[in-house]
Design a protein around this ligand. Structure first.
Ligand SMILES: Cc1cc2nc3c(=O)[nH]c(=O)nc-3n(C[C@H](O)[C@H](O)[C@H](O)COP(=O)(O)O)c2cc1C
Length: 153
């Protein structure tokens, strides 16, 4: 069974619910899932083809949540590339900020720089329009699952 590593970046906990809301859909589609609330590159297997679903809030002024800073630093410092990684990306933010969903934007650029390939579009959830962000998952995740199924892993 193909596993999806779900990487969560969250300060106030809302994005953890977003991550957990994806699990039943992915599992129903035949994937196993593992949620990482403190993502750590050393326990992710980047030697083999892997799939990440990144659920990432923006904090500070367009910054990463504290629990996500470790993996960003680890990725910045690796000498290997991440060409074995396919990833999906869900950003959570507030459109009142000029730096709306910047963490997701920056992480997307970083992963691409390291050779990872994104499946599908970045799905940004605006907490102004969607005060319960996990409710938006059911619209997007079926599209992402289609992209996953088209991968020949
Ligand atoms: C101190 C603070 C700073 C924030 N800065 C940003 C920001 O720069 N850009 C953005 O899109 N959202 C920003 N937000 C909104 C959060 O991304 C939003 O509240 C989100 O739901 C938080 O997710 P979490 O509960 O998983 O931490 C900020 C929220 C707080 C409390």
């Amino acid at each position: 069974m193909i596993n999806i590593d779900i990487l969560v970046g969250s300060t106030l906990g809302g994005t953890e619910y977003v991550a957990e809301a994806t699990q039943p859909f992915l599992e129903e589609a035949g994937f196993s899932t593992q949620v990482h609330f403190s993502p750590d590159l050393t326990i992710l297997n980047i030697e083999e083809e892997s799939i990440w679903l990144v659920c990432l809030a923006t904090h500070g002024a367009g910054d990463y949540p504290d629990n996500f800073k470790q993996i960003v630093e680890q990725i910045n410092n690796i000498s290997d590339d991440l060409s074995n990684i396919h990833f999906g990306l869900i950003g959570v933010g507030d459109s009142n900020y000029d730096t709306y969903c910047y963490a997701a934007k920056h992480f997307d650029l970083l992963l691409h720089e390291k050779g990872a390939l994104r499946l599908g579009n970045i799905f940004n959830i605006d907490v102004v329009e969607s005060p319960i962000p996990e409710d938006q998952i059911e619209d997007w995740i079926p599209l992402w699952i289609k992209d996953l199924n088209s991968l020949a892993i």
